[in-house]
Write a protein that binds this ligand. Structure first.
Ligand code: ATP
Ligand code: MG
Length: 248
C-alpha cells in the first residue's frame, strides 16, 4: 500500500482554522471517483465499529438540508458556474461540519465521512477553480486521522455503475463541461482528470491508497487493519474480520 507513512497521529497535530482542539474522536474519510467502492467499504467499516459498541456517526457529501434544494434546482437548470457550484458544496460541508462533525469528534465519536474536502479539491479544480482558492475555502476543516483513497481506473468504475443502473448521471459524466457529446466518453475524460487530481494529493495529503480493483473483503480487511490502531486499548486483541461484526 502506498502513501501511508506518518499519517497515524496527523489528525491530532494538524488542523486549520477552527480546529477541534484536543478532541479525542477519530475522523475517517473515504475518497475516490464515482463508483470506486467508497460507500460499500465505509458501510462495512461502520458495521464493524458499531458491533464493537463504539459511538459512530456517518456523514456524506452534499447531504445537508440547508442547501439541498438550491443545489438541486441549480443543477437541474444548469444555473451554476464553477464558483457558485463550489461555494454551495462548501456551504453544505460547513453546515455538516459545524453541526455534526466537529461536535461529535469532541464527544469522542468515530466520524465516518463518505467524501470530504478532497472531493472539492479534485472536482472544483477540474471544473476550473484555482486550487489554492479551493483549499482556502475549506481551511477550517480538520485534517482526517485517516483518508482512504480508492484508486480505480474510470473504465472499471463505469462498468460497475452500469451494472447497478442503466444510465450515468449528468454531473457524474461531467456533461456540464462539454468534454464530449458522448456521455461514456465524457465520463472517461472527466473521471480521468479527477484521478489525476487525487493522485497529486496522495503524498501531500497523506492518503492511504487502496487498490479498488481488489475484492470487497480484501479491501475491507486492509481498512480495518489500519483503523485498529484507533480503537481503545480494551480492543487490542480484536481481529478485523472482513465479514464479521463480532469481536472474535
Ligand atoms: N471490490 C468490488 N468489486 C466489484 N464491485 C464492487 C466492488 N466494490 C463495490 N462494488 C460495486 O460497485 C458499485 C459502486 O460501489 P459504491 O456505490 O460503493 O461506489 P461509490 O464509490 O460509493 O460510488 P459513488 O461515488 O457514486 O457514491 C456497487 O454496485 C458496488 O456493489
Ligand atoms: Mg457512494
Amino acid at each position: 500500500m502506498q502513501g501511508w507513512s506518518g499519517w497515524a497521529d496527523r489528525g491530532m497535530k494538524r488542523s486549520a482554522g477552527n480546529s477541534v482542539g484536543r478532541a479525542r474522536g477519530r475522523l475517517i474519510v473515504v475518497e475516490g471517483i464515482d463508483g470506486s467502492g467508497k460507500s460499500t467499504q465505509l458501510h462495512l467499516l461502520d458495521k464493524w465499529l458499531r458491533s464493537l459498541g463504539l459511538n459512530v456517526f456517518f456523514t456524506e457529501w452534499n447531504s445537508s438540508d440547508v442547501v439541498k434544494e438550491i443545489t438541486s434546482k441549480g443543477k437541474k437548470k444548469a444555473l451554476l458556474t464553477p464558483t457558485t457550484f463550489s461555494l454551495l458544496h462548501a456551504t453544505d460541508f460547513a453546515d455538516r461540519y459545524e453541526r455534526n462533525i466537529s461536535p461529535l469528534l469532541e464527544a469522542d465519536y468515530f466520524v465516518l465521512a463518505d467524501r470530504y474536502i478532497y472531493t472539492a479539491y479534485a472536482r472544483d479544480v477540474v471544473r476550473g477553480c484555482t486550487p489554492s482558492w479551493v483549499r482556502k475555502i475549506y481551511s477550517f476543516a480538520k485534517v482526517p486521522d485517516a483518508t482512504f483513497y480508492f484508486r480505480l481506473p474510470p473504465e472499471v468504475a463505469m462498468d460497475r455503475i452500469l451494472e447497478g443502473r442503466p444510465k450515468l448521471k449528468y454531473y457524474e459524466a461531467g456533461m456540464d463541461l462539454n468534454l464530449s457529446n458522448d456521455e461514456y466518453e465524457s465520463y472517461r475524460i472527466f473521471q480521468s482528470k479527477i484521478v489525476e487530481q487525487y493522485d497529486g494529493m496522495i503524498k501531500r495529503d497523506g492518503f492511504a491508497v487502496i487498490d479498488a480493483t481488489l475484492d470487497i473483503e480484501e479491501q475491507q480487511s486492509q481498512m480495518r487493519q489500519h483503523v485498529r490502531r484507533f480503537l481503545p486499548a480494551r480492543f487490542a486483541t480484536v481481529m478485523p474480520e472482513p465479514n464479521g461484526d463480532s469481536t472474535k
